[in-house]
Design a protein around this ligand. Sequence first.
Ligand SMILES: [Zn+2]
Length: 264
Amino acid sequence: MSESDIVPFELQRMFLGDTDPLFLLEIVFRTVFIFLWLVFLLRVTGKRGLAQLSPLELAIVIGLGSAAGDPMFYPEVPLIHAMLVLALVVVLQRVLSVLVIHSERVETFVEGEPVELVRDGVIHPAALDRASLSREDLFEQLRVQGVRQLGEVQRVYFEQDGNLSVFCHDRDAPPGLGIVPPWDLEPPPPLPVGRPLSGQVACVSCGAVQKADRPLLPCACGGEGFTLATTDPLAPGESAGQDALPDHAAGHGPSGGPPGASER
Ligand SMILES: [Zn+2]
């Protein structure tokens, strides 16, 4: 159909076009197919940055937007076709919403599952990958919640809606990996060279804490960098490489360790 063939306000063309009525059935198939494909793709691309909308809600926004736009100014798109698509998208959204409420399997497919990111101050690196979050993203979210070091954190879950829920010790948190100040501003201090360690050290990759006896065991996560574990990285003296557990420090003198020993 060329531009010159178009007669303005020709009702037959505007509403039905010149396609076979059976094509309406094909539209039903196409819409259902594309809508489900869209939900699936939005689901696997991850929820980060989309915390306001679930994959299902985003799919309906995209589906309605594109189906509503074309018939507005393409003369060859019949209105009936667009109306059918719009109605179908709404119906599909309602049907899937009901299924999500009633079926655990559909819910998991559409919305994913919560992922445990941190347990007792130790990060699960594989879980971070699954949530497509970087360690820096996680630290940033924890700082927003007022967390200073990972030892304060009992659990972090990446929820289905893309938010992190954080559960901390009420009091007496064990020492852990300091995340304040942000490492971009000030990286965690390396272990002191040439003097004995006391207290505990934390893996800078996962936050796992071990007793500060040289030689340090390699961390279970495969990380090789360590820093002193701290109960409060902002406490005076903590960030300067002081001991996190002063009780243990009492027995050690500055002259005990082999010079030059370093874990980094
Ligand atoms: Zn580690």
